[in-house]
Design a protein around this ligand. Sequence first.
Ligand code: PEP
Ligand code: MN
Length: 447
Amino acid sequence: MSNQWHLDSWRDFPAAQQPEYPDLKEVEQVLAELRQQPPLVFAGECRKLKKKLADVAVGKAFLLQGGDCAEQFSQNHAKIIREKLRIILQMAVVLTYGSLKPVVKVGRIAGQYAKPRSKPMERVNGVEMASYKGDSINSVEADFDARVPDPQRMLRAYHQSASTLNLLRAFTHGGYADLNMVNAWNLQFVKNSPLGQHYEDLATEIHRTLKFIEACGIDSRRFPQLNQVDLYTSHEGLVLGFEAALTRCDSLTQNWYNVGAHMVWIGDRTRQLDGAHVEYFRGINNPIGMKVGPSCSADELMKLIDALNPNNEAGRLVLITRFGASKIERMLPKLIRKVKENGRKVVWTCDPMHGNTFNADTGHKTRRFSDILQELTLFFKLHRAEGTVPGGVHFELTGDNVTECLGGVEDLKEEHLANAYETACDPRLNAAQSLEMAFKIAEMLRE
Ligand code: PEP
Ligand code: MN
């Protein structure tokens, strides 16, 4: 793309997956109002995250990105937000101990409200209606009218992102993230679960390390390194009108930043080289992600990297590969080799969720814990074989005790899926499955 970038240059390119609003004048009014709203994040925070991701790229830190497939307006309660944060913190402690590296924590949170869909329409109870595209676009309710895109939802998404982020900032800097407390939750978890001796040993080891530090006179309550964390926010930058309305010129650097999240990513369905998403993303200075699925060839990937990170800046671009356990061995090595041969600096992470989705006999969309673990295991193995850095992991998860993915220590079966199947879109790991996954990854990182 050789044209000059500006805030609206994406409008000259075809944009996939955009909502079809019935009233374009109302859309313009909403976007004008959004342009007046204060930023949710500060550009300086995005630069800080980019620095940390530069460490991830060279193996000096590890990235944990996770949260809902789709956040819901109706789920904006303190308890739900707190439990989501809590599971991310618990996983991060285990991963820090396993890797002996700082873990960069990025939530799919405070803005993950827009979904690309494989089919624009679906038939529910005999009625043909638009597919649900996330709460910032239409309602999950199976009703023809409720599925018509409503631009007012963008304003609600902005305000709910602001209140979610406000609470996260309070928790992460107000004492809730104290390392001793987080590890006490982990200990309690392994004691109460059939995970067994194996993980109890690891949790006890971490506990002893913390006790040792305390015995040396270091009280976690007095050290921000031990009682505060930085949790960064991220979402898929899908609806470009919305994203552009929250894109501002930073007064310190005169560079453009998306101030609706620290990091935004391009989905696997919207990463067309000559498309509007790539055009929009190339002009913002946030760290950005790009999903890379089975349809991406090595040549295409190189062109996308050149468009999105022309200065080969470390920490700028996170490649989130999502092939599926049965395809990763065939697909990933050729991409790794091409990127390595050409000396491109990227963060390689694995999303082991989206390539492993299938419909259970009960009709629920689900994923197997064992497939997720298998894709992750291969991700680490393949990068090690190529001499590149497996930089991080990307999960759809929740802190609640849902029954959406199969397997794990509780051995969830298809007949259990209906018990607490609450996701608005894709199946998430529940709290126990998430923490178990963290223990498994910690073992791989220790090898
Ligand atoms: C997602 O992350 O929810 C998603 C839709 O992923 P992908 O773009 O990889 O399909
Ligand atoms: Mn998803």
